[in-house]
Design a protein around this ligand. Structure first.
Ligand SMILES: [Zn+2]
Length: 253
């Protein structure tokens, strides 16, 4: 299984528009972060988790020629706004499978009503095939996917486990019974916004204590704010099995 980090930034991305913060002005490529998403590839399959406003640029940058489906974590803009840009895939492949909680599907239908329209649909609009995700395992491309539920402030959010890879973002609270689903996984990706506490995201300290509970071989931090600091400096402070993810990073599991 090959994982490509398509984006590792928080909702505004880094650099933030108009910001003069030193991290936003950094020339290190690792300090430039598009909105969070990962590409997961195995056999002939390629799936992405989330489809934010940078989706088009991410697909071009990763040379992605096929997407078998999109799994959504939740409905916030930084995770869904790129849905219209599935059009090139739709024209080649037909309806694109989407996987999401029923509340997320409702929100997508409202924002992208023309995609879900059944009658008098504009010919250039893409189509999707809908898969409702409940908090129960399901299978795609011969791989069992285990949803992991948590809270982003008060909003329910799904993370997903694919075999020995678990991806959780925008988490602030995760119950022990959900953590049990990912204990001792080989690779864990989890959100770490900044050092100061935040009402809806793990800060660095919370992310590190969450990693201790899960006990993965390796963990990668994502959904990072410029306030966390320069990539190079943050990486030096992390435990030896924890890495600050960056855009274009690829790992094989
Ligand atoms: Zn987010």
């Amino acid at each position: 299984m090959k994982i490509t980090f398509l984006g590792t930034g928080t909702s505004q991305g880094i650099p933030v528009i108009g910001s003069t913060h030193p991290v936003c002005l950094s020339e290190d490529e690792k300090d430039k972060r598009l909105r969070v998403s990962v590409l997961i590839e195995w056999g002939n399959f390629s799936y992405v988790i989330d489809c934010g406003p940078d989706f088009r640029q991410q697909m071009l940058r990763a040379n992605c020629t096929k997407v078998d489906g999109i799994l959504f974590t939740h409905e916030h803009s930084d995770h869904v706004l790129g849905l219209d840009d599935i059009r090139p895939f739709y024209f080649k492949q037909g309806a694109i499978s989407i996987f999401a909680h029923k509340r997320v599907l409702k929100s997508l239908k409202k924002r992208f009503d023309y995609i879900f329209k059944k009658k008098n649909k504009y010919p250039g609009a893409p189509s999707v095939s809908i898969n409702k995700v409940k908090n129960k395992p399901f299978e795609i491309g011969g791989v069992q996917v285990v949803p992991v539920s948590g809270l982003h402030f008060k909003l329910q959010v799904f993370g997903y486990r694919f075999n020995d890879f678990a991806y959780l973002t925008d988490m602030k609270t995760v119950e022990d019974k959900e953590i049990d689903k990912i204990k001792n996984v080989k690779v864990l990706v989890v959100n770490a916004l900044r050092e100061a506490p935040h009402y809806s995201h793990f800060n660095l300290e919370e992310a590190l204590s969450f990693i201790k509970k899960v006990n993965p071989e390796k963990a990668y931090l994502t959904h990072v704010s410029h306030l966390l600091g320069f990539h190079e400096e943050v990486q030096k402070k992390l435990p030896k099995n924890v890495f600050l993810a960056f855009d274009n990073l690829q790992i094989t599991i």
